[in-house]
Design a protein around this ligand. Sequence first.
Ligand SMILES: Nc1ncnc2c1ncn2[C@@H]1O[C@H](COP(=O)(O)OP(=O)(O)O)[C@@H](O)[C@H]1O
Ligand SMILES: [Mg+2]
Length: 143
Amino acid sequence: MLAAGETRLLRGVQEQRALGAALAQALAPGSLLFLEGELGAGKTTLTQGLLAALGFGGHVTSPTYALMQVYPVPAGQVLHVDAYRVRDVSELYEMDLDELVAGSRLSVIEWGERLYGDYPEAPIYLLEHVGGDPELRRVTRRR
Ligand SMILES: Nc1ncnc2c1ncn2[C@@H]1O[C@H](COP(=O)(O)OP(=O)(O)O)[C@@H](O)[C@H]1O
Ligand SMILES: [Mg+2]
């Protein structure tokens, strides 16, 4: 878990997953985490580490086609949302987003910029490639 504004370099998939695990431990039940970053930046890898730390042993993918994915974990469920193809965020609220978030152990939303104002307490993590080094990612907690 980074402090707001902090940046860190992550070398390799293990460190990417470890950040997800640390976030899972740090964020209380009902919390929401926003992830930003282009394709390949490591959003799914971080989410895999987060879910593994919460006891989910199955396969984790990007939820692009499902829009929302619910993973059962011993502490309840983890909600994974990809808002990329959502035309209007009212679509998400019509799917009871508020209740789903409140009722989940943790929620992860990718491409959720349009929801940032509605969930001002939720941390935003930006993941980026680092010039030319495929084994490196930069993570910045934007708030
Ligand atoms: N910190 C890292 N260092 C090296 N490779 C990484 C790192 N994080 C993720 N990867 C690799 O980058 C690729 C894309 O990661 P992925 O998590 O699917 O990105 P996204 O979900 O943001 O599109 C995967 O092959 C993954 O193993
Ligand atoms: Mg992904």
